[in-house]
Design a protein around this ligand. Structure first.
Ligand code: SF4
Ligand code: SF4
Length: 396
């Protein structure tokens, strides 16, 4: 039989169809069909992969409605490698049917963002928007999605090519900043450096790192991912470091799983957790949103985040009931699937509202973007911050 997917039979047949993944899939409640969660999406991949079902736009649409949050992988008792299978089916889809205009443009935009002219454009836009009295701008997309998007800053990419020395150096960390911190959330980058320096680590930020390639991998654009990986590995080789630090779990997951580095990759929170840093708060009530990729890809225990928040003297922590549910962002998914994404976001925001927390913390810049969009749309009055910023501001 002709095979269409370059994946082993063993990998494709690992799903025992138990259906446990249905209970955690964020899309299933809004796409109540077998193809609305992993089991059905995998069955389609198996049939197309083995040549039993033709690859049509309708079949491809079923895979496109997956947020790639990987909660199914996290709960699967049989160790199904969902990410690998769906990324390869999307690769086949790209080769046979094309990438799709919105997804293709999104990936091109990410490439442009990290290019030399792209960086200049972002900085210029940041300068022009400096005086706008808002942090986010309501942005409509051709798919019908409308999002409050962060403004670029005039200081975008400002950390690049610098070394930030610790006073008494215990080790050297290479900070893989990631596209969103580079372009929109430069303060979060500064916060990570402040925390690492205070914990005793010198931080190196390479000049020419590009996107980690995770959006390309998850979208099935393997050639683009391989090009980015090769470029980034060469750039990283120019520096001496003991470990890589990230403040975006999607970047961290890609570096850990797909770069095959010979150095460890840590979430910044893991390093702060191991340090003796102390924090003082101002009596606020805090809650936390656990990013899907921090446990699904990087395998960071959420105890790290909660115990760090407990270390902020004077603040209170209230755990949200669905703290590990997806926020609905998932990068391009929120633009290509606005209806489902908005429903997932609404459920998340309602859960966060119930905690009556004044500040919602998280560790993923993408989740920061989507939660800020959500609290604004649903007028909860809550502040959303990256945990790095909250901790850096609360350092004793
Ligand atoms: S992917 Fe895993 S959890 Fe889902 S049906 Fe298959 S074996 Fe069960
Ligand atoms: S990756 Fe997330 S959205 Fe996709 S099938 Fe798994 S749980 Fe559902």
């Amino acid at each position: 039989m002709k095979r269409f997917l370059e994946l082993s039979e063993e990998l494709l047949q690992k799903c025992v169809k138990c259906g446990l993944c249905k209970s955690v899939c964020p899309t299933y409640p809004y796409i109540e069909e077998e193809s609305g969660f992993a089991r059905g999406r995998l069955a389609l991949a198996q049939m197309v992969g083995q040549g039993e079902l033709p690859l049509t736009a309708e079949v491809a649409r079923e895979w496109d409605q997956c947020a790639m949050c990987r909660r199914c992988e996290w709960i699967c008792p049989n160790g199904v490698e969902y990410k690998e299978i769906i990324a390869h089916t999307r690769d086949l889809q790209r080769r046979e049917l094309g990438q799709g205009m919105v997804k293709g443009m999104g990936l091109v935009a990410l490439g442009f963002l990290q290019s030399s002219p792209g960086r200049k454009v972002v900085k210029l836009a940041g300068k022009l928007m400096e005086r706008l009295p808002v942090k986010e701008i309501k942005t409509p997309f051709p798919t019908g999605a409308v999002k409050f998007m962060p403004k670029p800053t005039a200081e975008a990419f400002g950390l690049r090519g610098k070394v930030f020395k610790a006073e008494q150096e215990k080790g050297r960390l290479l900070f893989f900043t990631g596209c969103m911190i580079d372009a929109f959330y430069g303060k979060t980058g500064e916060s990570v450096i402040k925390l690492m320096n205070r914990a005793g680590y010198t931080v190196v930020v390479p000049e020419d790192i590009k996107c980690c390639g995770a959006p390309h991998y998850y979208s099935g654009n393997m050639p683009a991912f391989e090009r980015l990986k090769e470029h980034n590995l060469k750039e990283m080789e120019k520096h001496q470091f003991d470990a890589v630090v990230v403040a975006c779990p999607t970047c961290g997951g890609a570096l850990q799983e797909d770069y095959k580095l010979d150095k460890p990759v840590y979430d910044f929170a893991q390093i702060v957790f191991e340090s003796s840093l102390q924090f003082k708060g101002s009596g606020k009530r805090l809650t936390f949103h656990v990013p899907c990729h921090s446990y699904g890809a990087m395998k960071v225990s959420d105890k790290v985040f909660y115990q760090l928040m407990e270390r902020v003297e004077g603040d209170q922590v209230k755990k949200a009931q669905k703290d590990k549910s997806c926020c609905g962002f998932a990068g391009l998914f929120s633009i290509t699937n606005p209806k489902v994404s908005d429903q997932i976001q609404k459920e998340k925001i309602e859960d966060l509202k119930k905690t009556e927390a004044q500040v919602v913390l998280t560790t993923c810049p993408g989740c920061v973007l989507n939660l800020r969009d959500g609290v604004k749309k649903h007028a909860t009055g809550q502040e959303v911050m990256h945990l790095a910023d909250y901790l850096a501001d609360s350092l004793c």
